[in-house]
Design a protein around this ligand. Sequence first.
Ligand code: FMN
Length: 385
Amino acid sequence: MSIDFYWRLPTHGCHNSLHTSGYERGDWSPLKPGNIAPGLGRDGEPDGFTYIDHLAEIAKAAESVGFLGGLIPSFPNTDDPWVIAPLLARETRSFRFMIAFQPGFGNPVHTARMAASLQRATGGRLLFNIITGGGGPAQLWWGDSFAHDDRYGRTSEFLDIFRDVWDSPNVSYDGRFYQLRGGGLPPLLRREEFPEIWFSGSSDAALRTSARHADYYLSWLEPFDQLGDKFARVKERTAALGREQKCAVRVDLVARATEEEAWRDIRIGFENVSEETRQRWRGQPTDSVGASRQAALRPTDARRYDDLIVAPNLWGGFNLLRGGPALGIVGSYEQCAARLDDLIARGADAFILAGTPHLEEAWRIGEEVLPLLGRQARTLLAAAE
Ligand SMILES: Cc1cc2nc3c(=O)[nH]c(=O)nc-3n(C[C@H](O)[C@H](O)[C@H](O)COP(=O)(O)O)c2cc1C
């Protein structure tokens, strides 16, 4: 069985160190000398190296150490993944691009045509992370006032049509959210491979929709047994529909030569978290079940980094250091590989890994951690013989 590894392309900016909270990579904070991509030249002028150039460096680094592709997240503060993907495809050879998007924001036939055109232009290097939104003010930012389960209903109808117009030139559809008459992709586009569908969301509505449509169910990291149970439920539900769905984990790692070094970096980063950052991550309104599970770890209230050690090598304060979900993996190269092996044993078939800074950590994790995977399984096997 092969396990697919993807890297994350940080469209939301990147820090140059875990120790500080500034976005020294990219133009998310005011440009200053020392900023990388874009930065300022000697005379204080922009250096002409844009953030998309930096993302290309990350994609190339990840490709060169064996990551299959990269996730391109989509948030109000990011560039648009549909635009980023084809630009980066021209800079890489086989690297695949996972576009995150909320189906409700587009039209299913138009989106299918864009996807097929991109498949054609990139030699089939496109795949999707279907997200359905976390509700609250962040959802209204996009002009979307649909309730949680209605959003999933809309996503489901969207994905019906998205696939149907790929399969047939003459599709009619009567749904609650979409009506279609005679839709379908032209033959030139229809012959492109239908892109892999990954699906994120932890609510019951999310699991139901994913079981019906997705190739991969994608989760943030949760305590391992809880995640293993969730994956078992996902696979059962999908099998009950006569389909198969794989499971994947999106997780940040801090992997160092020794465990002490890894926790030292976490400690310094944690001690530098400002009150303003804690405030930003405290109590943001959301109807997302997955986001609420991460918030329940209460990282914003912790006073010591080790209060957030949830289990061996599992730390619950990542959102304070660089945003996103709270839980991630911390340890030596061997320990990080062993924890990924543990997740594989609990049903993970693929991973989207990330680390800060994304460029250097792509090399480090690709070169130091990924080659160690499977060791634990081999050791256990040897012990049993
Ligand atoms: C691995 C993963 C990646 C996500 N990426 C994004 C993203 O790029 N943009 C976004 O707006 N939401 C993202 N989300 C949140 C989704 O919008 C998700 O659909 C939302 O949490 C749904 O809530 P639920 O857990 O109640 O089903 C992501 C969630 C997960 C688990």
